[in-house]
Design a binder for this molecule. Structure first.
Ligand SMILES: NC(=O)c1ccc[n+]([C@@H]2O[C@H](COP(=O)([O-])OP(=O)(O)OC[C@H]3O[C@@H](n4cnc5c(N)ncnc54)[C@H](O)[C@@H]3O)[C@@H](O)[C@H]2O)c1
Length: 370
């Protein structure tokens, strides 16, 4: 058993201010993990986060945080286009890494991080750990037990809408509330797939297993977006529609749309010869799984996650806290997580392949599994 894990937070933007820092500064986790450092290049933001959340070291650059020797592990909460280089530098410095959602934008980069981490003996966890949810574990059992008869197809997806422009930490005047979301619409790392569709894709593949082939159409639908009177240009595809082949003519449709979507589609729907599994219901009848009562009591799907106990059930973005605690347990107790970097790499390959398929007009055969 290692002692308390010293955790650095890279980027003090929306997910850090609303989720990571509130959860990890609560009393009940101090025996396992301690916030020791934060960095952010926006003037005054890291310092302000340090003061609000009682973090002893605040830096304007990532390089200073890495060189400080104050961390055993980091959680990367910067824009997705930076994750690969930042992850690589942390692994090379011997730190364990948690990535807030997608860890790289290409499968080759994901290969590189996994290989480096193995050589260095450090651990990687990449959000979102959707298969930690008891509902998706039960979906998998039901499908494998034949509750849907012959499975025929599935659908999942998510849409940008104006979600990121309207988050409550973007409309204020101080460094912790005036956070600009422009990167969500820019290359590399922007677009709804890496940030939003990634939830449904982790669940879909966690339940059905790896995808074999992908084809897609993709492009920019909304060329600029207004944010606080400024026009933010979109140069990354914001409207991507995919068809996935799981083999033996089992298909799924998946999307990351600029706006609008199928209600509840962040959680996949499965269709078969005996009916439909969606929204926690088999043929419109609620299915049973551990923690369903807690989800209903707190009106929050995160309430059934293993580390989301007591006051964590009422704090935003508890699933991110769950994924960080998966890494903490792994470091302290040697207890590996089911939220593996290999699963994350497969999801990244699906998105990477979808963009290649859309650009070339050719279906892409995938090479990774998990
Ligand atoms: N916003 C959400 O709802 C949400 C939820 C879960 C996960 N995430 C994920 O968390 C990550 C961050 O998203 P966000 O919404 O907090 O973004 P954000 O734009 O609100 O914040 C990003 C922060 O990173 C900082 N930053 C920029 N360059 C940096 C660098 N070189 N080093 C360190 N920090 C740097 C920015 O100044 C900003 O403060 C993304 O991967 C996103 O997909 C976001």
């Amino acid at each position: 058993m290692t002692d308390i894990v010293r955790l650095g937070v890279v980027g003090a933007g929306s997910i850090s201010v609303r989720g990571i820092l509130p959860h990890l500064s609560m009393d009940d986790v101090q025996d396992r993990v301690r916030l020791t450092a934060v960095c952010d290049p926006a003037p005054g933001r890291a310092q302000a986060a340090g003061v609000r959340f009682n973090i002893p070291n605040a830096y304007e650059t990532y390089e200073e945080l890495l060189a400080s020797g104050t961390c055993d592990a980091i959680t990367i909460a910067s824009p997705i286009g930076l994750h690969y280089e930042q992850g690589k530098a942390a692994i090379d410095a011997g730190l364990h890494v948690h990535f807030n959602k997608t860890m790289t934008t290409t499968v080759d980069e994901a290969d590189d991080l996994i290989e480096r981490a193995q050589k260095k003996g450090v651990k990687l966890v990449s959000c979102p750990g959707q298969m930690l949810r008891p509902m998706f574990q039960r979906y998998r059992e039901l499908i494998h037990e034949g509750a849907l008869g012959h499975l025929t197809w599935a659908v999942t997806g998510a849409a940008f809408g104006n979600y990121h422009e309207n988050e409550r930490v973007r409309g204020g005047d101080d460094p912790l509330s005036n956070i600009n979301p422009a990167w969500y619409f820019r290359r590399p790392g922007g677009g709804p797939l890496y940030d939003m569709t990634v939830y449904g894709m982790h669940a879909l593949t966690g339940i059905l297993g790896p995808v074999k082939r992908v084809t897609a159409m993709s492009g920019v639908r909304i060329h600029e977006r207004e944010f606080r009177g400024e026009m933010l240009p979109t140069d990354m595809d914001d409207n991507t529609f995919m068809v996935l082949d799981f083999g033996d003519n089992l298909y799924a449709v998946a999307y990351g749309a600029a706006a609008g979507g199928i209600p509840g589609a962040w959680s996949p729907t499965f269709f078969g010869t005996k009916g439909v599994l969606r929204d926690g219901k088999l043929n419109e009848e609620a299915i049973d799984y551990p923690g369903r009562d807690l989800e209903e009591q707190y009106k929050n799907m995160n309430a059934s996650l293993p580390h989301v106990v007591g006051p964590h059930r009422e704090v935003e973005e508890a699933h991110v806290y769950e994924d960080i605690m998966q890494l903490v347990d792994w470091i302290r107790e040697g207890k590996p997580t089911i939220s593996t970097a290999e699963h994350a790499r497969h999801v990244i390959e699906i998105f990477d392949a979808a963009y290649r398929a859309a650009a070339s007009g050719q279906a892409q055969t995938l090479r990774t599994t998990f």
